[in-house]
Write a protein that binds this ligand. Sequence first.
Ligand code: KE4
Length: 426
Amino acid sequence: MDRNEELFERAQDSIPGGVNSPVRAFRSVGGAPRFIERAKGPYMWDVEGKRFIDYILSWGPMILGHNNEAVIADVEAAAEKGLSFGTATEAEIRIAEEIRKIVPSMEQVRLVSSGTEAGMSAIRLARGYTNRNKIIKFEGCYHGHSDALLVKAGSGLLTFGNPSSSGVPASVTEHTLVLEYNNPQQLEDAFKEFGSDIACVIVEAVAGNMNLVRATPEFIHTMRRLCTEYGALMIVDEVMTGFRVELGGAQAHYGVTPDLTMLGKVIGGGMPVAAFGGRREIMQHVAPVGGVYQAGTLSGNPVAVACGLATLKAIQAPGFYDTLFGQTKKLVDGLTAAAKENNITFCADHVGGMFGLYFLPEIPTGFADVMKSNTEQFNTFFHGMLDRGVYFAPSTFEAGFVSVVHTDEVIAETVNAARDVFAQMK
Ligand code: KE4
């Protein structure tokens, strides 16, 4: 038994499943998760000292690569001054102003500590602002684990959702309608039937929680039109896509202006910073100004905000996105070519710095397509790559991420390992 297996066994005694977030447990790919000890640039090292090229990057935040010197220096300087005050600080104004500059639809911003908090708060705000209860989400999209969002599609097409987790009362999910991603007609029908009761529609404009699936422009713009027409709020969940698919996020990519936006991951640069924000007149409904209560002990934590500010500064360097997108394209093209050489049914896609790998004949356009993925082949690929020192997300239903320091050499090493694995798979 190696150290990873030993630690996994010990961890399961004190922590449910041995992890503090389910996807880390390797349950869908099998085997013992790797216990990571340190990371630098595109690499992580486990407790056995084995080096991995990292394509999870903490599920998106580490867009600069791990332990960027300038970021660490700012974090250390902030820590020297104190870890947390629970008071107003000047840095919170600076990061809010930086976010407003990069995401102009966010005229006001409230910081929280996780994407879940951002989603939960944005929905409460939408309901408080519109005085309506119904919300629409889409199958395959994930917006954090708040009760109203832990819901699976109802029995019929336009029937309200049932809990997808135990511990969530049906009374909480009965106002949540789960529709098909990329189905503008169904969205149109839902608004025709329930429009005046709908508080908001929440969407990942580039989905990353059913593997990577792009929204069609028609789907996004139909959503915008219908929300405007019926007075519902359009919430774009940019926790994963923010600063990732473009500097301005998926809303910039599609040229759409949401009413509210959720941010997370990159905004904290690896530390717990997330946010929700949007039109000033809507945000004025948030406590202490308005009647929608929302709070957080560590919201705007000075050390986490310093990490976020340093990250937001670094990603605005000239040419940053040209490099990030170029390297991601090289990875996707290289893996696709390696699979083709070995006649493996495989394809890949990327939007900016996030990518999807699919053991499917063609790129999926929705949840039903993704569910046809050959998970057995994915698991073989995953472990084959892990054995060769390349760490992809341990689930076929997750997107992957590249950092700006995944150099040509790192990409070439990845593609060569994949060629090896594909050759053994055919
Ligand atoms: P957190 O509460 O995990 O900070 O954010 C929730 C969330 C909200 N919205 C989107 C689009 C997200 O992708 C997430 C979290 N993403 C997952 C990865 N699929 C985080 C990894 C995990 O759950 O451990």
